[in-house]
Design a protein around this ligand. Structure first.
Ligand SMILES: [Zn+2]
Length: 182
């Protein structure tokens, strides 16, 4: 039953996808970079040896990242293909994480290669305009997680950060600042 469900999600939609915005792909890839960085030490020994989809799924079993594991496990076939890519680094941790994250950023709607190209172009574009496009907090959660937040929530139990009530003021000041700048 579980496998049927996974197979269903892994079938890519027919035909060419509608236009996918580069920022979506880059954002998703960043998200995967964070998740993979959190679990890489635990997951990579099994993941890097994976020969089939079931091996990829099994490698995430002890990852302890709540729902984020499902997000990766439904893309087991895609992940497997990326791991077998000749350009996938054999040794370097960061290179492995970034390559995998950027390859699956388009969620299989584009080829891993196109997904990586989009990420690279988007990062270059962002770098050239110098704006903070994302921020996270360092958190201590009651679930015992300590470290960087993910999408302003605990990556382990997904408890949301309660943002301070002053934030709308800060945000409007930021808008003002940005509009003066342009
Ligand atoms: Zn937590």
């Amino acid at each position: 039953m579980q496998n049927c469900l996974l197979t269903g999600f892994q079938t890519p939609p027919r035909g060419r996808p509608r236009k996918i915005q580069p920022s979506w792909v880059r954002g998703k890839a960043d998200n995967y970079r964070d998740i993979l960085d959190l679990v890489w030490n635990k997951v990579s020994p099994r993941l890097l040896q994976a020969q089939k989809r079931e091996d990829v799924i099994a490698s995430f079993e002890g990852a302890n990242i709540g729902g984020y594991a499902l997000d990766l496990v439904v893309r087991a076939d895609l992940i497997l293909a990326v791991l077998k890519d000749a350009d996938f680094s054999k040794r370097k941790r960061e290179a492995q994480i970034n390559f995998l994250a950027d390859s699956i950023g388009a969620l299989g709607l584009l080829t891993p290669r196109s997904s990586r190209d989009i990420c690279e172009r988007e990062r270059a574009r962002i770098k050239s305009i110098h704006q903070i496009i994302r921020y996270e907090y360092w958190i201590e959660c009651s679930c015992k997680y300590k470290g960087r937040s993910l999408n302003h929530a605990c990556p382990k139990c997904e408890a949301q950060i309660l943002l301070p009530s002053t934030l709308p003021i800060t945000a409007s000041l930021m808008d003002q600042y940005l509009s003066e700048d342009t």
